[in-house]
Design a protein around this ligand. Structure first.
Ligand SMILES: *Cc1c(COP(=O)(O)O)cnc(C)c1O
Length: 374
């Protein structure tokens, strides 16, 4: 029996999919050309334009994009890569795919959970080859100081921009940037990712590796440009298909409207928390440039998160944690040496993520903040 008193559930994240997405998928299926075709090319072009870059490389996932970035930038065995621990594990795993060693760097402060440049500086040695920064929550890191740091030490600089879709103007300062189109990201293709690169040669190398490092692609063979091919390297199948690319194009059309809604909801959260005397829960500050991906708050030291989360669930409000420390996971703990990360660990204990997606109403946000205080 349905319980009419049960509150409408408020989910943490939700994709916004409408008739346009359905039609885009149907059109591809009816066209008979379902992978590596004109939709992939058009999606890459539209994404590159949005980020003021000449080209982009669409792939199967953001994790794949990061793997390709590391390979294309020549990061390999016996090299070290500086990484945040306050991130999703997919920022770090590709470092191990290429045989390099992750070196975990602490965050700036509990209210600024970005990787700390000073700490990174103290960890560089002769084996360090790259640094990966992650725009936590969509709050944009100023990349210029990281560029100077990378240049000073001869490192490649990669942005994990899975949270930071269209969150700033310039994407040609780092050597590469990667984005995710997983179901809970700001736009989705169900699964998918994309790579931007500062240098054409890096993008070309990644493009080659995406499709088994073959000398010709599916489109060329279809056009009759080539009858055979060579294989130049050990490549991967990290292709994306036409169905997903068409979804991505439809989502990009919807993006301005969705971002507007995310921004509005984020401001409302900040205003409500401040009005109720909970300013200390807020991260960053109101003017920090942000792609508005998630709504993290900082609980008081000693506040019982394990009790709060189920209590909110009973009110129909889904919450989450972004993130457990990567360096504490079984697969990583104690394996790669590295210094203690007290600020990261304290943040991981205190962080709580509240629902944020364009389908939320203002009333939903009020309910969430009420739930936090209940
Ligand atoms: C989602 C996410 C990824 C991985 O994206 P996939 O497309 O699922 O591979 C990587 N890094 C961060 C910070 C993420 O949030």
């Amino acid at each position: 029996m349905e319980n009419n008193d049960a509150p409408q559930p408020v989910s943490l994240a939700e994709p916004v999919l409408g008739r346009e997405e359905t039609q885009a998928v149907v059109d591809v299926l009816e066209s008979g050309w379902i992978t590596m075709g004109s939709k992939v090319v058009a999606f890459e072009k539209a994404f590159a334009d949005l980020h003021h870059c000449p080209q982009a490389l669409a792939v199967s996932t953001c994790t794949a994009a990061l793997h390709l970035a590391l390979r294309a930038l020549g990061i390999g065995p016996r090299r070290k890569v500086l990484v945040p621990s306050m991130t999703f594990v997919a920022t770090v795993a590709p470092v191990l795919y290429v045989g390099a060693t992750p070196v975990f760097v602490d965050i700036v402060a509990p209210s600024i959970p970005h990787m700390d440049l000073e700490h990174a500086e103290s960890l560089v040695d002769g084996d360090t080859a790259a640094v990966i920064i992650m725009h936590y929550g969509g709050y944009i890191i100023d990349v210029e100081p990281w560029r100077r740091f990378a240049d000073k030490h001869g490192l490649a600089l990669i942005e994990d921009a899975a949270h930071a879709l269209a969150g700033k103007e310039r994407w040609d300062v780092a050597d590469a940037a990667v984005f995710s189109f997983f179901a809970n990201k700001n736009i989705t293709t169900a699964e998918g990712g994309i790579l931007l690169a500062r240098e054409q040669a890096v993008l070309d190398k990644a493009r080659n590796l995406r499709g088994h490092a073959m000398t010709t692609g599916t489109l060329d063979r279809d056009k009759g440009h080539a009858f055979s091919y060579d294989v130049l390297d050990v490549g991967y199948n990290y292709r994306i298909d036409e169905i997903r690319a068409a979804l991505g194009l439809a989502q990009l059309e919807r993006l301005p409207q969705m971002q507007c809604k995310r921004k509005e909801l984020l401001s409302l959260y900040r205003a409500l928390l401040r009005n109720r005397g909970l300013e200390r829960m807020l991260l960053f500050d109101d003017s920090w440039p942000c792609a508005c991906h998630i709504m993290p708050v900082l609980l008081d030291e000693g506040q019982d998160r394990e009790a709060l989360m189920p209590r909110m669930r009973e009110l129909g409000i889904q919450t989450s944690i972004h993130y457990p420390c990567v360096h504490k996971f079984t697969a990583y703990d104690g394996k790669y040496g590295g210094p203690p990360l007290p600020r990261t660990e304290a943040f991981a204990r205190r962080e709580l993520s509240l629902p944020l997606h364009p389908n939320l109403s203002r009333e939903d946000v009020v309910r969430v903040v009420d739930g936090l205080l209940a």
